[in-house]
Design a protein around this ligand. Structure first.
Ligand code: AMP
Ligand code: TRP
Length: 333
């Protein structure tokens, strides 16, 4: 049987190779598996849990949408929309916020990390972020949610909330507890400058990441300057974890070429880094350049992007508004 997939990406701009390998590439693979129904959401309501400039936010919503499309998410096969177009997300989030317990939210590590030392100054929205995420998922009866390891705790919370709602209102199986889909291989792409840090859009050094909007020569240059070490390329994976930069580059090569890490090690054992980097750069350019060209092209056509979102929003709305109406009936409204 096919899966019902829901996932979301925040429109924070500058999506990079880590986002592509860790999330978006997976979205495309799931979309292309026979029988799956996929909903991919640009979660703009989540984005405003931190302060946003309205003009930049609007741009980023379009850029993230363009990235979805350019990467191969097909608006005919999948529903693509931005969250704020569908009122049921906010409405469902309020209702589920009355089901979730403070004690549950107090355990969320992402809130603790993002709020930092001065929790009193964090927005209330940031605190209830995982409740909105729960509404996102439950409104579509999603069976599977592809996310990074860092979102696993939020998925567990969404299961708890679904179960408590069903129990409190004696509505067995009304809200469906979703399963997380967490990639096993290459789920953490690291910085090109420091193999112990995740590739991240907030790293001050642009050389640390390949942006999905980078041009060919930027990509070549960044791979050329990527940190390695003084030992030759390895013959096996025995001590690879002690060479994080090398492991990361071999991981990127494996993921983009669709082969195992072992095969990549065999392909390059005994070769020197300049040869490996040349091959790697060629591969990254081959896979990422068409995406970057397409993003840059799509971004110029804002009305096309807006139409895609609007159409997707309509389809999403017809699913989510029904579910929220059923929720309201069950509650007694
Ligand atoms: P973020 O940009 O942190 O909001 O993440 C969007 C999606 O990309 C999430 O599913 C993350 O798990 C994934 N992601 C972000 N950075 C990386 C990375 N360096 N390696 C792998 N996946 C990542
Ligand atoms: N919280 C997710 C992240 O930061 C984004 C997100 C919002 C999401 N709603 C979701 C992911 C629903 C999966 C399902 O990556």
């Amino acid at each position: 049987m096919g899966k019902k997939i829901f996932s979301g990406v925040q429109p924070t701009g500058n999506l990079h190779l880590g986002n592509y390998i860790g999330a978006i590439k997976n979205f495309v693979d799931l979309q292309n598996q026979e029988g799956n129904e996929c909903v991919y959401c640009v979660v703009d309501l989540h984005a405003i849990t931190a302060k946003q400039d309205p003009i930049i936010l609007k741009n980023n919503i379009r850029e993230t949408t363009a990235t979805f499309l350019a990467s191969g998410i097909d608006s005919k096969k999948s529903i693509i929309f931005n969250q704020s177009l569908v009122p049921a997300h906010s409405e469902g989030s309020w209702i589920l916020g009355c089901i979730a317990r403070m004690g549950w939210l107090n355990r969320m590590t992402q809130f603790k990390e993002k709020a930092g030392k001065d929790k009193e100054k964090a927005s209330v929205g940031l605190y209830i972020y995982p409740v909105l995420m729960t509404a996102d998922i439950l409104l579509y009866d999603a069976t599977h949610v592809p996310v990074g390891e860092d979102q696993k705790q939020h998925l567990e919370l969404s299961r708890d909330i679904a179960q408590k709602f069903n129990l409190d209102f004696n509505a067995p199986n009304f809200l469906r507890a979703p399963e997380p889909l967490i990639q096993k291989n290459f789920s953490r792409i690291m910085s090109l400058k420091d193999g112990t840090n995740k590739m991240s859009k907030s790293d001050p050094s642009d050389l640390s990441r390949i942006n999905l909007t980078d041009h060919k020569d930027q990509i070549m240059n960044k791979i050329k300057k990527a940190k390695t070490d003084n030992d030759p390329l390895p013959d096996d994976d025995e001590n690879l974890s002690q060479r994080p930069e090398v492991e990361n580059l071999l991981g990127i090569y494996s993921s983009l070429s669709g082969q195992s890490l072992k095969n990549s090690i065999n392909e390059f054992s005994g070769k020197n880094f300049s040869e490996f980097k040349e091959k790697l750069a060629e591969l990254v350019v081959e896979k990422i350049s068409p995406i970057s060209v397409e993003i840059n092209k799509l971004q110029k056509d804002t009305s096309y992007i807006d139409t895609i979102l609007k159409e997707g929003g309509k389809r999403a709305n017809s699913i989510a508004s029904k579910k929220v109406e059923e929720m309201k009936k069950i509650i007694g409204f």
